[in-house]
Design a protein around this ligand. Structure first.
Ligand code: ATR
Length: 276
């Protein structure tokens, strides 16, 4: 007997702190879908075999989290334009024995800003950090018509992102950020600094214009020291949890056939998971 239950999940190492099961299972209940979304703790060496096993078991697809996003680019059968641009795969759709890799982090980042009316085509963004998350953030902003100044502790990593994304990004040395901040309409932290257990991103907001929006991709805590400092100056802030919620939307739609809503109740449900 065959079951028509649709199955998806998240593959990572470690994976137990991932909020994705909490998020997707909320939607599965909300829309009364006969499906599951499970966490899979998988080491990098076992990623390829795991993906093929899940595909053979008729999984609809998976999300990928650390440390798999970049490695998956080489393991999937089809890489879509978003994954190519982000240089990473965070969402796989499994269909007819094939793995199709996409990246929804760019969408997640820009849709979250859009939902807060904080996206401004033609704006100037000052982006801190040059890891995998920074590349997706920069690609998303470029697609929305932003010009970007990218600052990172290790300058060569910022240069590599600017080169990979081909135009629209100026790399600046760390010492130059106060000057660059002055003409920014958006400031983004993509580094891991500010996360619970880590030191804050130590930057001065002295030159931050009053109209500039400040956002952080760190969502634990929801109000990072950077966002607190910007808020205290009267600037608009957008926290990083919305990016997590929005990046999940396209995957859920591809696997389960419904574009799920991002609601206040969903946000509260996921925030409760942060605290537990
Ligand atoms: P991810 O791919 O998730 O973005 P990552 O590749 O580890 O993660 O990148 C983390 C980012 O945080 C990098 O920009 C890193 O700067 P370096 O490229 O110089 O390593 C930045 N970062 C981490 N710790 C930092 C610190 N103490 N000071 C400044 N930047 C830091």
């Amino acid at each position: 007997m065959t079951s028509n239950k649709k199955r998806a999940g998240v593959v990572g190492w470690p994976v137990e702190h991932s909020l994705s099961p909490r998020l997707h299972n909320y939607w599965l209940r909300q829309y009364r879908i006969h499906g599951t979304y499970e966490p899979f703790a998988v080491k990098l060496e076992q990623l390829k075999e795991t993906l093929h096993t899940l595909c053979a078991q008729d999984f609809a697809g998976v999300n990928l989290t650390l440390p798999h996003k970049e490695a998956a680019l080489k393991l999937v059968d089809i890489v879509d334009k978003h994954a190519k641009r982000a240089g990473a795969v965070n969402t796989i759709v499994m269909q007819e024995g094939k793995l199709k890799g996409s990246n929804t982090d760019m969408y997640g980042f820009t849709e979250n800003l859009r939902s807060q009316q904080a996206l401004e085509p033609g704006g100037h963004a000052l982006v801190f950090g040059a890891g995998g998350a920074a590349r997706a953030v920069c690609a998303g902003l470029l697609d929305e018509g932003y010009s970007i100044v990218l600052v990172n502790r290790t300058r060569t990593r910022a240069d590599a992102i600017a080169q990979a994304l081909g135009g629209g990004i100026t790399v600046a040395d760390w010492e130059e950020y106060p000057k660059e901040m002055q003409r920014s309409t958006l400031v983004v932290n993509t580094t891991s600094l500010g996360m619970t257990g880590q030191e804050p991103l130590h930057i001065s907001l002295e030159t931050l214009p009053a109209h500039t929006v400040v956002t952080d991709i760190v969502y634990n805590p929801l109000r990072t020291p950077l966002l607190e400092a910007a808020y205290a100056r009267g600037n608009r802030t957008v926290d990083g949890l919305g990016m997590l919620l929005y990046q999940a939307q396209p995957g859920f739609e591809a696997w389960f056939g419904i574009k799920p809503e991002i609601t206040r109740a969903l946000r509260e449900h996921v925030v409760a998971g942060l605290m537990s």
